[in-house]
Design a protein around this ligand. Sequence first.
Ligand code: DAH
Length: 343
Amino acid sequence: MDKLRDLIEKYKAEVKDENPFLIEEVESFRIKYLGTKGLVKTIMGEMKNVAAENKKEAGQLLNEFKMFVEEKFATFDYIGTTNENKNTTNLDLTLPGTPTPIGTRHPISIVKNKIVGIFNKLGFSVAEGPEIEDDFHNFSALNLPENHPARDMQDTFYIAQNPDWLLRTHTSSVQTREMQKGKLPLRIICPGRVFRNETISARAHCFFNQVEGLYIAENVSFADLKQTLYYFVTEMFGKNVKVRFRPSYFPFTEPSAEMDISCLLCNGKGCNVCKKTGWVEILGCGMVHPKVLENCGIDSNKYTGFAFGMGIERITMLSYQIKDLRLFSENDVRFLRQFESAL
Ligand code: DAH
């Protein structure tokens, strides 16, 4: 054991002094110490001469030595030259680098940017909020008090450490935050990712993207809402697409509506996508409920507003005739590359 210890100390000192610079010198170091016939392997062979009761200790020493050499090797910074003179190198800095492949924009981003661009032209500016929300901003403020049955419409992911925290189920939570800031009039568009505890299938996912719109000022009417959305549809899908509003229910708006557009795939004749009705639903909307305004500190006698919310995936699927929601999150480049020309 003493012999072994001395030997390792001696070699350690030797390794410490090594200072290779050229690529060949680094390679010589590797062969000398770490190669198949190198020193590390050779002294590992000493194990067979160690008495059984010392094997454990010897093994540790040898392993330490091996790591010592490997760590030293990892510190070498060489520039890969064959020049004998260490002050100059043959390195040709004008050689082109290895190309880094450039990705393409994701279809969801392309469509999100287009939606945001359309509303920008109407004076809406972008607002964003956190993906981890508290109950107040995602639910209570939006007129969904605890035990309200409408909470079940959105299967929520709660955060285990704090029952008040959750992954936002809709971008309506951003409305709440912006209204609380108290700067009026308010005209915002809020794109973002939302989460629901749904089984993943061609039509549902546990995360997806929404865009929320909100306009609050004096004398905002349902006519303003319709006009805004008509403009959006024409810009997004073209002049020939028809629009209809159906009465609906959302706790945060009164009255509430859902908006359908004529099916882009069959031109309203009826197909699988529109379930033979000729219409597809693209968003929910309505006049902001006075209670919601009050919950966020806005005088509902003075101000009125409209809001709407749409799923970006749905709009993208209609725009590009994509039939399976899962494609958006699989990151298959063969799928993603098809949208290069849409940039
Ligand atoms: N938050 C609703 C959802 O996720 C969408 C929505 C409906 C948003 C109506 C609104 C609205 O602002 O007015 O299903």
